[in-house]
Design a protein around this ligand. Structure first.
Ligand code: NAP
Ligand code: GDD
Length: 358
């Protein structure tokens, strides 16, 4: 049985990838950092199922800032595949903690690559790096593909750029099977609650249930190529099953603004919204509510803008071209934008309604 080691196992992607690899018959080891409160919500169901049924799933304490913890775990586990998903992954927060971000997102990757080399695992262990469409930042070409020049726009993106090139360098210098998956934004009901899509899906659910009045957001004009995380973790695995180690863009090829995401989220509940005003004074109001189950007044203000959520340098537009993945691997995303939005808002609506009725 193949052994996989996942860093960032408690995160959105870590949880879906774990499910995917266990289904494929892997033994999955995950690195989890110490937290004062338990934060294993996304993987608790897997842990319990595995304890009862198979016992192919193991969690270990470790941290990407701690070389020895990584080295020792890799020596003990001897993984066939490593998926490096751990990161301080919030772009806005990276402006506030740039040094820590660089340590984890940049040097953390180097620590794993060095451990592979020092343990002599160059020919044994394949390595997947969670690279990001944030590398394209101030985009130099539309759409963005593997050959598009990078122009990172945040401490997070600059740190990911360092990791991207470390992966390329270790591949060339030591002939490791090390690959970058340049993934465009991917979301799900398990998305972190401070990323814009999840902030909207939770906000919309709370407004409809009546426990909150409005959502406060930043730049509504930013455009992203949003896919579903479930579709994307499949490609992480595919990338490591190819004949040669390469770098891959994974995207839907379609872009939507934050404003579109908002409109579509309310639409799921048959509510139409309209925008008024400009810049920081822009608001969104209820224009029409076709569903009599929800008591939303026409003209009610449900979205406001705050400077707080703007970034010192913004990434205005991302749209990927993943034709390489389509042609060479036959990969295409299954979940469309509208379906993704529906999945997220209905999931939050169900969970919050249940909590509210307890
Ligand atoms: P996420 O939900 O924020 O998960 C990040 C994971 O990294 C969590 O398990 C977190 O642990 C862990 N982590 C953070 N700091 C760590 C440290 N010092 N040592 C060990 N683990 C640490 O992110 P995601 O959305 O699943 O994304 C997975 C990876 O893909 C990240 O590297 C992200 O930068 C990258 N990426 C994401 C997207 C996207 O749209 N989702 C697109 C491109 C690339 P805690 O649970 O304890 O915080
Ligand atoms: N988070 C957040 N909160 N973003 C907002 C808000 C808000 O209230 N209002 C508007 N936005 C805009 C941001 O300015 C940005 O342009 C866009 O919404 C998306 O922001 P996020 O959801 O925070 O994601 P991101 O695109 O910055 O970064 C995510 O995707 C990257 C891949 O391109 C993260 O998952 C990164 O880790 C990942 O690499």
């Amino acid at each position: 049985m193949k052994k996989a080691l996942i860093t960032g196992i408690t995160g959105q992607d870590g949880s879906y990838l774990t499910e995917f690899l266990l289904d494929k018959g892997y033994i999955v080891h995950g690195i989890k950092r110490r937290t004062s409160l338990l934060n294993t919500d996304r993987i608790d169901h897997i842990y319990v199922d595995q304890l009862i049924n198979k016992n192919n799933f193991f969690l270990h304490y470790g941290d990407l800032s701690d070389s020895l913890s990584i080295f020792n775990l890799m020596k003990k586990i001897q993984p066939d595949e490593i998926y490096n998903l751990a990161a301080m992954s919030h772009v806005k927060v990276s402006f506030e903690i740039p040094e820590y971000t660089s340590d984890i997102v940049g040097l953390g990757t180097l620590r794993i690559l060095e451990a592979i080399r020092l343990l002599g695992f160059e020919q044994k262990t394949k390595f997947y790096q969670a690279s990001s469409s944030e590398l394209y930042g101030l985009v130099q070409e539309v759409p963005q593909k593997e050959s598009t020049p990078f122009y990172p726009r945040s401490p997070y993106a600059v740190s990911k750029l360092y990791s991207y090139w470390m992966v390329v360098n270790y591949r060339e210098a030591y002939h490791m099977f090390a690959c970058n998956g340049i993934l465009f934004n991917h979301e799900s009901p398990r998305r972190g609650e401070t990323f814009v899509t999840r902030k909207i899906s939770i906000g919309v659910a709370k407004i409809i249930i009546g426990v909150e009045d409005k959502i406060v957001l930043g730049n509504l004009d930013a455009k992203r190529d949003w896919g579903h995380a479930k579709d994307y973790v499949e490609m992480m695995w595919e990338i490591l099953q190819q004949d040669s180690p390469e770098d891959w863009v994974i995207s839907t090829g379609k872009t939507h603004s934050v404003r579109d995401f908002l409109k579509e989220s309310f639409k799921v509940f048959e509510i139409e919204i309209e925008f008024q005003g400009k810049g920081i004074n822009e608001v969104a109001l209820v224009k029409e509510c076709k569903n009599s189950n929800y008591q939303l007044e026409i003209g009610k203000k449900i979205v406001e803008i705050s400077k707080k959520y703007f970034r010192p340098t913004e990434v205005e537009l991302l749209i990927g071209d993943s034709s390489k993945a389509k042609e060479k691997i036959g990969w295409e995303p299954k979940v469309e934008f509208k379906e993704l939005v529906k999945d997220m808002v209905t999931s939050d609506f169900k969970n919050l309604s249940k909590k509210n009725n307890e």
